[in-house]
Design a protein. Structure first.
Length: 380
């Protein structure tokens, strides 16, 4: 708010201090002017720097309100975003507590009271409220105050990189600390012997637009694509330390990494990352849809090619299926390179439908082989 007042003053006065110490001096003078207009309707002011008075004039509370209104409205928009993120209605807010001396500005109190539908809490000094909160938290941590609970939340979502540079979020933004969550993943390549777990932080859909926190590798037993099951679990303690575990559920092989997601991350950077996630949400969603469609199409193409090589199938049947399905597979391969996501999805569904007879034949042969030379009692 003080910077907005400074900009308005420079525009009105038509002159600005050139030295940094003079700019700081003017900011302090304007802050005093703001405080006086909290109680008075108008005041006559003299602003000086470089050893002399540079401007004389009258400032009114009404003028001040017009300068501050855009800043206050942006703050209320942040309140709307916080409510939406928490899933709360305005009616669920029990108390309105002001923080910081600028909340004494009459327009701040008026617009905030209108927005929340209640008057601010009385008897709490906005200049001291942060110190009081810190003292309460200190008392809780020291075990001296036992009937109060203050909960911290995860400021940005935490997840891992998946196929195509996408992010799979495991702990979501605004989850209460301490917390834990897990998700199971598999492989896309046959006989893969390791998984690279890349931990990322942010609200965007692609890894390139988020913050990298670290990487570690997990050894897995070689197996066909889609067969291994790797569980990735995130555990965040009360101090904000994140431990990431990856486990091969079949062999119980595991690896882990410990990071502090908040390290080197300022409040302004968090705000910037959140703002960008809203700004680019539509574009990010479209890119995610396209990558997911390509991933599914490629997986189906690989599975179909592998089915043609199945030794259990009759070669004449296989060649007939290749002749019938082959053109659709080539069309899907072309679509992956140039078509939009909805076209790729439709072509993938077409191929999936056409391969059902092939899949049924493989299943039938597998069952016959399993039941071969077994009695009815053994089959049961």
């Amino acid at each position: 708010m003080d910077f907005a007042l400074y900009q308005a003053f420079v525009k009105r006065a038509g002159v600005a201090p050139k030295k940094e110490e003079d700019r700081i001096s003017v900011l302090h003078q304007l802050e005093n002017l703001k405080r006086k207009l909290t109680d008075e309707a108008e005041i006559e002011a003299s602003i000086y720097w470089d050893g002399k008075v540079q401007w004389n004039g009258v400032f009114t509370r009404e003028e001040l309100s017009e300068i501050f209104r855009p800043v206050i409205e942006r703050t209320l928009q942040s309140c709307r975003s916080a409510l939406a993120a928490s899933g709360l209605e305005i009616s669920a807010i029990e108390h309105l507590v002001f923080v910081g001396g600028s909340t004494r500005v009459p327009l701040v109190r008026e617009l905030a009271s209108q927005f929340f539908g209640k008057k601010p809490a009385e008897g709490i000094d906005p200049d001291q409220v942060v110190a009081l909160g810190a003292a309460i938290q200190g008392a809780i941590l020291a075990g001296e105050k036992k009937n109060t609970l203050l909960l911290d939340v995860v400021p940005l979502s935490l997840g891992i990189e998946t196929m195509g540079g996408l992010i799979s979020k495991i702990i979501h933004r605004n989850t209460t600390v301490r917390c834990s969550a897990f998700e199971d993943f598999t492989t896309y390549v046959d006989n893969q012997t390791g998984v690279d777990v890349h931990i990322v932080q942010g609200e965007r859909e692609l890894v390139q637009d988020c913050r990298s926190l670290g990487r570690f590798k997990l050894k897995i037993a070689p197996a066909p694509a889609g067969y291994p099951k790797v569980r990735v679990e995130f555990l965040m303690d009360a101090n904000g330390m994140l431990r990431a575990h990856a486990t091969d559920l079949r062999t119980k092989e595991f690896a882990e990494l410990e990071v502090r997601p908040s390290f080197g991350l300022s409040d302004s950077e968090i705000e910037r990352m959140l703002a960008e996630s809203f700004k680019y949400a539509e574009r990010d969603f479209a890119e995610r849809q396209l990558i997911e469609a390509k991933n599914q199409a490629r997986a189906l193409l690989r599975a179909t090619e592998k089915s043609f090589e199945n030794p259990l199938l009759d070669r004449v049947f296989v060649e007939r299926q290749k002749a019938r399905i082959g053109p659709v597979m080539k069309a899907l391969e072309r679509d992956i390179e140039m078509a939009p996501s909805d076209v790729i999805v439709l072509r993938t569904r077409e191929l999936d439908h056409m391969t059902q007879e092939l899949a049924q034949q493989i299943l039938d042969h597998a069952l016959r082989n399993r039941l071969k030379d077994r009695t009815v009692a053994e089959a049961r």
